[in-house]
Design a protein around this ligand. Structure first.
Ligand SMILES: Nc1ncnc2c1ncn2[C@@H]1O[C@H](COP(=O)(O)OP(=O)(O)O)[C@@H](O)[C@H]1O
Ligand SMILES: Cc1cn([C@H]2C[C@H](O)[C@@H](COP(=O)(O)OP(=O)(O)O)O2)c(=O)[nH]c1=O
Length: 222
């Protein structure tokens, strides 16, 4: 059974780029690896609905719990694919997973989010029986740098906008960072390692970031 590695972090910190290069590097080292990205915009009822509200094409869910259910639905619909990928690969790399739901919905709540974090974990890993990652990687970088990187992003499948509903909310982006730090510190949803995606106001090379992550996974070339 393969290892499950979740790449986590706020918007625009380089998760998709890092997840892709991590997968390529592991393959080159002789370990079969595959990336699964959440939300699965074009693939699931949850994913399509999420894309529409992030694009501003439909009302946003009225409460953080309601939003959490849609993201959890997307993963429930993807559960067989996750389990199959784990059975047929050495490593499954998630570009966002359950901790994204905890960090973003927790960041939308006024006051202490502890109960909501536990509720999301119980829904997804309990009721929906989604597997807990072997390792969560928190990719950290300041909001001003991430904001500039979001503007460089290629055209997205679900919106023509430069900033979606979450990305246009700078206060949310700052709270998301606090929430991730808290989740990682408490070790919610399994083991965590924090990796700095930038240094001295500039992004580190993707290859350097990936090498650090592979060190945390603990795999050598075959
Ligand atoms: N280490 C890096 N150095 C320079 N640019 C990067 C790096 N990682 C990602 N980028 C660029 O930043 C933008 C956002 O990256 P992306 O991987 O889509 O972030 P996320 O998935 O976290 O939203 C893209 O244009 C990407 O090419
Ligand atoms: C996977 C997931 C994402 N999100 C949020 C984080 C992002 O702001 C938003 C979209 O995800 P993201 O992968 O960042 O989309 P893209 O990089 O293509 O713009 O959804 C949750 O709130 N819960 C989740 O479970």
């Amino acid at each position: 059974m393969g290892q499950l590695i979740a790449i986590e972090g706020a918007d625009g910190v380089g998760k998709a780029t890092t997840a892709g290069m991590l997968c390529e590097t592991l393959n080159a080292m002789g370990h079969s690896a595959v990336v699964i990205s959440f939300p699965r915009y074009g693939h699931t009822v949850g994913g399509v609905t999420i894309g529409r509200f992030l694009a501003g094409d439909m009302p946003v869910p009225v409460t953080p719990k309601a939003a959490a259910v849609l993201y959890a639905l997307d993963r429930l619909e993807s559960r067989d694919e996750i389990l199959k990928a784990r059975a047929t690969h050495d490593v499954v790399v998630f570009d966002r997973y359950v901790a994204s739901n905890m960090a973003y919905q927790g960041a939308k709540l006024d006051g202490d989010a502890g109960d909501l974090l536990a509720w999301i974990a119980a829904l997804e890993t309990g009721q929906f029986a989604l597997p807990v990652p072997d390792l969560n990687i928190y990719l950290d970088t300041p909001w001003d740098l991430a904001r500039a990187l979001i503007l460089q992003k290629a055209q997205r499948s679900y919106t023509d906008r430069s900033f979606d509903e979450h990305e246009s909310d700078a206060a949310l982006q700052l709270r998301v960072r606090d929430m991730y730090a808290r989740i990682a510190q408490a070790g919610l949803l399994g083991n965590w390692e924090t990796v700095q995606a930038s240094a001295d106001g500039e992004m580190r090379a993707s290859a350097t970031i990936v090498a650090e992550i592979i060190g945390h996974i603990g795999l050598d070339a075959r």
